[in-house]
Design a protein around this ligand. Structure first.
Ligand code: ADP
Ligand code: MG
Length: 564
């Protein structure tokens, strides 16, 4: 089939479900259903003995052979391997995600014709390695990834263009402040953004990678299993197959409760049968605490963006789990706004991505060419330094989270000792004030310092973070003439060579052939660690701020207690 002229699709590569959409000639986005006829495809990969199966059948297979199924891979994007080996083999997450993308695209090509261009969405809080891994997954699937965009931005475009609060070219005739509340299967995020004319600006974003519809499922599973155990002395959670079946029943019941006040849940196992009536009220009291967690995040985002509910003009619901009545009730009560549920909650992100893809792909869709998207960085960007007095590690933030991009930050440090031959600037993303949980994303070394350089010589570090996600890091020692600079691109888990090898393996369909698999990565290869011991750290030039000090003290106290 010939390449459909200019066709570019939008793909929501979700934690639990993925969706592909395209824009028709009139500019309207459509979901392209998969080979099974479903709009959404479970992001699950089953390694059967002689083939790789993606989607619903893979989820089914998890019931019988959980060890051969990869699920919720999105959570591990940016790491070196998917959590557990599958069928004894270890896979990088982007390879597994590529298989999901390939299934979506192969199915879509039967309807749309040949295409290779795509825009893929990522959560707003995804850090650079995760974004890069997403892009690489696209490449591994044989796609030309035009761009990756944030899911809330995509949702805003989809709602806006279809509801008419944005023009067909994606511009906002009057300033809008949107809150996007996205509760998916395994993740939750909230983003507050402004759209003014063609400008999209993210004000703040926050989320929880371990909160989603699955947690609601688990509460119901536990309730039914506890009763089953009490009644028959058998715990269905103890057996994989029983548990998988119970999950199916529970999810159906949960979905039904979004439309009805009461459902009857039936579950049979080991010769016993149980009928259990669950009311919406019971369901809501079982899971209320989960909803409260989303509320805390919601308030935090509002606070960080220094806005009040009065400033918010629209509340967009995204993610299948926002169909639960309790979510809408909570949001109404909290915000005083009526949530916009006009689009299918689980398809809106893909629709927005498709519109954005059309915008990116040029001449066929000139109407979309004006939009400019301005994001914030979703994680603190800083430097790891060593506290001179205590010898403890401290993270100094140069560009705080939720800073509008492009952003710059400058901070002074000092050398640690007399005659220090070089300084290493370890650049990290996220983490806390002690540097714990921070992701190393690169380093900049100023070498060949003058031999007699005294301790506490000034080191000026500057960050320049471009809107496209490139971080330029400079380090200079004024007066010595020595300086160094690096550009940190989104650090990749797989290098070019490994990518090419995996691409080859995927294309030849040799994923099941152990001998044909590229060498597995070691963790040291995939992490930009501190590395070379001959490079020396720098120290903060300023005492910690009061807030940092309190956090550091709490940390040290915590360490002391542990040691006792
Ligand atoms: P993700 O973005 O995490 O891949 P989705 O946005 O597709 O996922 O949301 C999937 C979640 O939405 C699942 O937990 C699913 O059970 C839930 N969901 C879908 N439809 C309904 C419904 N009618 N009522 C309640 N939950 C639903
Ligand atoms: Mg989603």
């Amino acid at each position: 089939m010939s390449e459909a002229a200019g066709l570019a699709v939008g793909i929501d590569l979700g934690t639990t479900y993925s969706v592909l959409a395209h824009v028709d000639n009139s500019g309207r986005p459509w979901t392209v259903s998969n080979g099974e006829g479903d709009a959404i495809t479970p992001s699950a990969v089953f390694f059967d003995r002689d083939q790789v199966i993606v989607g619903k059948p893979a989820v089914k297979a998890a019931e019988f052979e959980p060890a051969r199924v990869a699920q919720f891979v999105k959570r591990q994007m940016g790491e070196s391997h998917y959590g557990s080996p599958i069928g004894g083999r270890s896979f990088p997450p982007e390879v597994l995600q590529a298989l999901v993308l390939r299934k979506l695209c192969d199915d879509a090509r039967l309807k749309l014709g040949q295409f290779t261009k795509a825009v893929i969405t990522v959560p707003a809080y995804f850090n650079e390695p995760r974004r890069r891994a997403t892009q690489d997954a696209g490449r591994l699937a044989g796609l030309e990834v035009l761009d990756i965009i944030n899911e809330p931005t995509a949702a805003a475009i989809a709602f806006g263009v279809q509801q008419g609060f944005l023009t067909r070219s994606g511009e906002s005739p009057q300033p809008e402040t949107l809150l996007v509340y996205d509760l998916g299967g395994g993740t939750f995020d909230v983003t507050l953004m402004e759209i003014d004319g063609p400008q999209y600006r993210t004000l703040a974003t926050a989320g929880d990678v371990y909160l989603g519809g699955m947690d609601w499922d688990q509460r119901l599973v536990d309730r039914v299993a506890d009763r089953f155990l009490a009644q028959f002395g058998v715990d269905p959670r103890q057996e994989e197959q029983a548990l998988a079946r119970l999950h199916w029943e529970v999810i159906e019941a949960k979905h039904a409760l979004s439309a009805r006040d009461e459902v009857t849940l039936q579950f049979a196992w080991d010769g016993h049968r149980m009928r259990s009536v669950v009311s919406r009220e019971q369901f809501e009291s079982l899971t209320g605490e989960l909803l409260d967690r989303t509320l805390l995040t919601l308030r935090r985002v509002l606070k960080e963006s220094r806005r009040s509910w009065n400033d918010v003009t629209r509340l967009l619901l995204v993610g299948g789990a926002t169909r639960m009545a309790m979510v809408q009730q909570m949001l109404r009560a909290e915000t005083g706004l009526e949530p916009d549920r006009s689009l299918a909650a689980d398809e809106a992100v893909a629709h927005g991505a498709a519109i954005y893809a059309a915008l990116q792909s040029g001449p066929d869709h000139p109407q979309y060419q004006g939009i400019s998207v301005r994001n914030v960085n979703s994680h603190d960007l800083g430097v790891l330094a060593i506290e001179s007095q205590t010898g403890m590690r401290r993270r100094q933030v140069l560009i705080p989270r939720n800073s509008p991009l492009p952003a710059v930050g400058v901070c002074d440090f000092v050398t640690q000792r007399d005659g220090q031959p070089n300084v290493r600037v370890s650049v990290v993303e996220g983490g806390d004030v002690t540097g714990a949980h921070a992701t190393p994303i690169g380093k900049c070394v100023v070498a060949k310092l003058p031999r007699n350089l005294p301790a506490r010589s000034r080191v000026r570090v500057s960050f320049d973070y471009s809107a496209s996600g490139l971080l330029n890091v400079g380090a200079a020692l004024p007066g010595t003439g020595r300086h160094a600079a690096i550009t940190i691109r989104r650090t990749a888990n797989l290098d070019e060579e490994a990518l090419a090898a995996w691409q080859d393996t995927i294309q030849r369909g040799e994923l099941l052939d152990e001998d044909a698999l590229p060498e597995p990565l070691t963790d040291s290869q995939s992490l930009a660690g501190d590395g070379d011991p001959s490079e020396e750290a720098i120290s903060p030039d300023s005492p910690p701020s009061a807030a940092e000090d309190a956090q550091l003290k709490a940390f040290f106290q915590g360490m002391g207690e542990e040691a006792q």
